[in-house]
Write a protein that binds this ligand. Structure first.
Ligand SMILES: [Cu+2]
Length: 626
């Protein structure tokens, strides 16, 4: 039973109580969990106790998320009511009985056409015939309960986890089929998609440091594509970038050993000029690496139970289900962003979990949108890993900014939250002034807070875990060990074919080819931009001279941030990373060591991880030579 309280502040705009005589004592209870989903039951219980007469009018009203007040009206107490937009007693002239209770509203299935949000329920007893809006004769206090409604019944899908089948050579063998699919994102519609061993996205690949893996990647999407292993430290020939094209109908068989720390990585299409379209359609999946040290830590590790993959993607979906990735206007220069939030491929879903410490592995798998994660109750959570591995210790935060391509792992302490629900949101308005300086390049969500998913906490769990105080020791790369500092200047121009001068004209996005550059150059598959000696430690100084933020990704290696405009990185960024967001007017210096793999003939990529920018040429190539 909820604690009842007088809602003077909230309801004072509707109701003006003067003297509560408290002869009548009401209590309200919305039965069950605070969060109700489409198709679930709603049962609003009213309990009435009376200490003395007179008769009363009982009012019960529901306030919907859009602020409308609806009054329940029934012939008798606990009979099925009508809902009226105008003030009316639920039941008039009720004769006092010592105590009675029952349902005032009982629905077997909540309909989908109700708006999502908080529903507030109120009850009150007044003198018979009193006008509830200006009564001076309340016979009870105003009582209140609430529930939160989500107008879908999507549970968070958990991508299947695969560990491969060991062959005679001791390799773990993975069969991946890139295929066309159809998927229902919006109710009653179908969307044409690409997927990996499924309709949309792919399985979570799970391997440990020291494992040797062989992938058999069969391309059935009907056109060329690639699969790149984002964040993996592997030979350039196995990297799956633009040079490792998989022809339609053929099978690419990369193999490599896992030679890096435990981390949440991912894989996705990386075809020259078509990365955005292919990832948007669904060619992506998670790639989780474990190691002996991380296996020893007291962290949630039960995949899909207390260790939850969370792939966040926004999508622009038309009412008929079509996912259109055509760039049309000034806003689209930021990259393709959509109004719908898909988490693991489901529209703003709900994770059902237990009241215990859980781990979320967050991947910003969007083409262009930057998220500023937080919870609606503003609670703290604990970042335990950046993209390339665990941090030294959990970092308590209530906001986490992740740009496209970046990952983070967080712990959520739900031990006291049985029966509650959490809403994971993006507090985008808090960061957009720094990430998109030009107001007319912002989309409607950029200056808002919006829901990504909810978490419904059930019974107390039994994983017995706490928030640890320490995690791992990170080897710090030292600036004085670097043989050089390589500058990378990110710029936005008018572009060769696109932008103001050509393409769409009139400030459209149109063809953005050449609009965004690195060191004044646009990607050329035949040009090697940087040559690096195997074993060298280098500083890369990435400067953003454009008016929007660009996430900079380097293949092959994990780096550490030395500084942002001379300032040491935040604790959550003081670990291994392969993608870093660089704000306008910011220079980020990162340091890394190029180890293990040299191949003068096969380049690795570095690029902006806004996929539309990458496709438009904001990418370069480096080789590591012996
Ligand atoms: Cu960019």
């Amino acid at each position: 039973m909820r604690i009842l309280f007088i809602m003077l502040s909230l309801l004072s705009i509707y109701l003006t109580p003067v003297s509560a005589q408290a002869n009548w004592e009401l209590s309200l209870n919305v039965d069950g969990h605070e969060l109700k989903k489409y198709n679930e039951a709603l049962d609003i219980q009213l309990n009435i106790r009376v200490t003395s007469s007179p008769n009363a009018d009982i009012y019960v009203a529901i306030k919907s998320p859009d602020g409308q007040l609806f009054f329940l009206k029934a012939g008798n107490l606990f009979a099925a009511p009508e809902l009226l937009a105008n003030a009316a007693p639920y039941v008039s002239n009720v004769t006092p009985v010592a105590e009675q209770s029952g349902s005032v509203l009982l629905l077997a299935n909540l309909p989908r056409n109700l708006p999502s949000g908080l529903y507030q329920v109120y009850a009150l007893a007044t003198e018979v015939g009193a006008n509830v809006f200006n009564s001076e004769t309340w016979l009870s206090s105003l009582v209140y309960d609430s529930f939160y409604f989500i107008n879908n019944d999507n549970n968070l899908p958990i991508p299947p986890q695969i560990t491969g089948v060991v062959n005679e050579q001791g390799q773990r063998v993975f069969d991946l089929t890139l295929q066309k699919g159809k998927k229902t994102f919006l109710p009653d519609t179908q969307t044409d998609t690409f997927g990996i061993n499924g309709d949309y996205l792919g399985p979570t690949i799970r391997l440990s440091r020291g494992d040797r893996a062989l992938f058999k990647i069969n391309n059935q999407v009907g056109e060329e594509t690639t699969i790149h292993w984002h964040g993996l430290h592997i030979p350039a020939k196995m990297d799956g970038g633009p040079h490792q094209v998989i022809e339609p109908g053929s099978t690419w068989q990369p193999f490599f050993e896992i030679k890096q720390l435990a981390a949440t990585l991912w894989y996705h299409s990386h075809l020259e000029g078509k990365t955005a379209e292919h990832v948007y359609k669904g060619l992506a999946g998670l790639f989780i690496v474990d190691d002996a040290e991380s296996d020893q830590l007291a962290l949630p590790r039960n995949y899909g139970v207390d260790d939850i993959p969370v792939v966040v993607q926004d999508r622009r979906i038309a009412a008929n289900g079509n996912m259109n990735s055509t760039l049309t206007n000034m806003v689209d220069r930021v990259g393709l962003r959509g109004q719908y939030m898909l988490i693991n491929g489901a529209l703003t879903p709900t994770l059902e979990t237990r009241a215990q410490v859980i781990r979320l592995r967050l991947l910003n798998g969007s083409n262009a949108r930057i998220y500023n994660f937080g919870f609606a109750d503003n609670r703290n959570f604990y970042q335990i890993a950046s993209g390339g591995g665990l941090l030294q210790a959990p970092v308590a935060i209530n906001r986490l900014r992740l740009s496209p391509g970046e990952r983070a792992e967080i712990l959520l302490d739900l031990r006291q939250d049985s029966g509650k629900f959490l809403r994971l949101q993006s507090y985008s308005a808090e960061i957009t002034p720094t990430t998109i300086e030009t107001a007319n390049m912002r989309d409607p969500l950029d200056m808002q807070t919006f829901d990504l998913m909810s978490i419904r906490v059930g019974e107390v769990g039994n994983n017995g875990l706490d928030i640890p105080s320490q995690l791992v020791t990170i080897e710090t790369l030292r600036a004085e060990d670097a043989v050089l500092t390589r500058p990378f200047v990110l710029k936005q121009g008018m572009g060769g074919n696109g932008g103001m001068g050509g393409g769409m004209g009139n400030g459209g996005a149109g063809n953005m080819e050449g609009m965004f550059t690195i060191n004044d150059k646009s990607m050329d598959m035949l040009r090697i931009d940087e040559t690096i000696r195997l074993g060298d430690t280098e500083i890369w100084a990435i400067s953003n001279e454009a008016n929007m933020a660009h996430p900079f990704h380097i293949h092959d290696i994990q780096f550490q941030i030395l500084d942002r405009n001379g300032q040491a990185p935040s604790a959550g960024e003081a670990g291994w990373k392969d993608t870093v967001l660089v704000l306008p007017n910011e220079t980020v210096r990162v340091i890394t060591r190029f180890e293990d793999f040299a191949d003068p003939d096969s380049p690795y990529m570095y690029h902006c991880h806004i996929l539309e920018h990458e496709d438009a040429g904001m990418m370069g190539q480096f080789v590591v030579i012996p």
